[in-house]
Design a protein around this ligand. Structure first.
Ligand code: NAP
Length: 403
């Protein structure tokens, strides 16, 4: 019987298990990372994986951008609340594409600073600083009067301005601030500009709403949140739901005119909208830091409004709710046309417009849904909140042309 040969380098007499090749094993050991290097490579791979994941997540958070290069040279646009945030980015992009933009802001100083900055970056001189305080119906009327004296056409109206979760205060006309600014001010503005939009058709209205509408309900018994005021889940959400119901009703009214109206949720965007946030200092710092990564930039937040304002493919699309540049279905309470009809009639009375449609049977033209004369019950609103006198006043002084 012959003995198995001892491999070179091994201790003579060592017994190896069957199939074990000590030569191959020693070569493998020299190639393999061990100790520090093995850990370094492992940590590097994990870091790369996490970075890739964070980059992809950030891209998802920012959402899609409107990438078509179509220009709108000479088209007349109004953007409300555009001295900062989403509105400012919207104007910047429209200006780069050649639009004549009326920047409708409540603070002329802040508006001018934004206008100069945008003119510088877009090389477009056709930007105009105009004062509009949506919390004052008179200011809305003054803005419209001046605009109509200056321009005979209006191609795009973007109702962007908004206020969120402020302490309960009243507008100049005595209405709850968030409902007054986010809904009523824009309601009057849009109605007073409809003749210009129709004259310039095909034209577009873009309403910046919010996903907060999901928490909202139109509180017919307490529209001005007098009995119960919830800053965010109450008043803000109600006002953003009102934006959507207004869009649906208006899209029905405007059928066949060539004027489209769509609304959108811009995403969760890092802007000044949370200026009324009243949490403790540490929570503000955590939020601010987290928002750098987890919130959209204002530029990303403007993309859905831009698509609705610009995309030739949407020229005849109307009555839609969009987010991340895509159309989304609405929850049942945001497409309830009975509520939309009621809100429209109520808003007409609150802003002093003559009714577009006859009131439903059993309700007098001056009654609101509660059977009372006005929904706010505020003494400061008395001059403008009496629906009958407002109607007379508005017909005489504003001359509403809804033809
Ligand atoms: N940011 C978000 O995460 C988010 C999410 C969903 C929906 N939205 C909606 O997006 C829109 C734009 O908000 P943003 O995030 O860009 O907020 P922002 O940075 O606070 O900008 C809001 C703009 O509205 C103006 N504004 C406020 N009250 C006004 C009034 N009474 N009259 C005229 N203008 C007034 C502000 O002017 P001042 O600077 O003078 O106050 C400002 O220019 C709002 O409608 C908001 O509800 C935002």
């Amino acid at each position: 019987m012959s003995e198995a040969a001892t491999p070179p380098g091994s201790v003579p007499g060592t017994v190896f298990p069957p199939g074990f090749d000590p030569v191959a094993e020693s070569v493998e050991k020299t190639l393999c990372f061990r100790g520090f290097w093995a850990w370094a490579v492992l940590i590097l791979l994990i870091a790369l994986g996490i970075s890739l994941f964070m980059w992809l997540l950030r891209k998802c958070i920012q959402g899609p951008a409107y990438r078509k290069a179509n220009r709108i040279d000479g088209k007349v646009v109004i953007v409300t609340g555009c001295n900062t945030g989403i509105g400012k980015e919207t104007v910047l992009e429209l200006a780069k594409r050649g639009a004549r933009v009326y920047m409708a802001c409540r603070d002329p100083g802040r508006c001018e600073a934004a206008r100069l900055d945008i003119m510088d970056r877009s090389r477009n001189q056709q930007l105009f600083n105009r004062t509009l305080d949506l919390g004052s119906l008179q200011s809305v009327r003054n803005f419209v009067e001046r605009f109509k004296a200056e321009e005979s056409r209006l191609d795009i109206l973007i109702n962007n301005a908004g206020i969120m979760a402020c302490p309960r205060t009243l507008t100049a006309d005595g209405y709850e601030q968030q409902f007054g600014v986010n809904h009523l001010g824009h309601f009057l503005l849009t109605n007073l500009l409809l003749d210009r939009l129709k004259h310039s058709s095909p034209s577009r209205i873009v309403v910046v709403s919010s996903a907060a509408h999901l928490f909202g309900r139109i509180n017919r018994e307490d529209l001005m949140s007098e009995k119960n005021y919830g800053k965010f889940f109450g008043a803000y959400s109600q006002s953003k739901l009102a934006n959507i119901l207004f869009t649906l009703k208006l899209s029905n009214i405007l059928k066949g005119t060539g004027v489209t109206v769509n609304c959108c949720h811009p995403g969760v965007v890092r802007t000044e909208l949370n200026r009324h946030f009243a949490g403790p200092g540490w929570m503000k710092s955590v939020l601010q830091t987290g928002s750098l990564y987890f919130f959209k930039t204002p530029k990303a937040g403007a993309q859905t409004s831009l698509r609705l304002a610009l995309d030739p493919q949407l020229e005849s699309s109307t009555g839609g709710y969009y987010s991340d540049c895509m159309r989304w279905p609405l929850v049942p309470w945001a497409r309830n046309m009975q509520t939309a009809d009621w809100l429209w009639r109520e808003s007409e009375k609150l802003v002093g417009l003559p009714p577009l449609e006859p009131p439903p049977p059993g309700q007098s033209p001056t009654q609101n849904g509660n059977g009372t004369q006005n929904g706010n019950g505020s003494a400061s609103a008395s001059a403008t909140a009496n629906p009958a006198s407002r109607e007379m006043q508005s017909v005489e002084t504003v001359v509403v042309n809804r033809s």
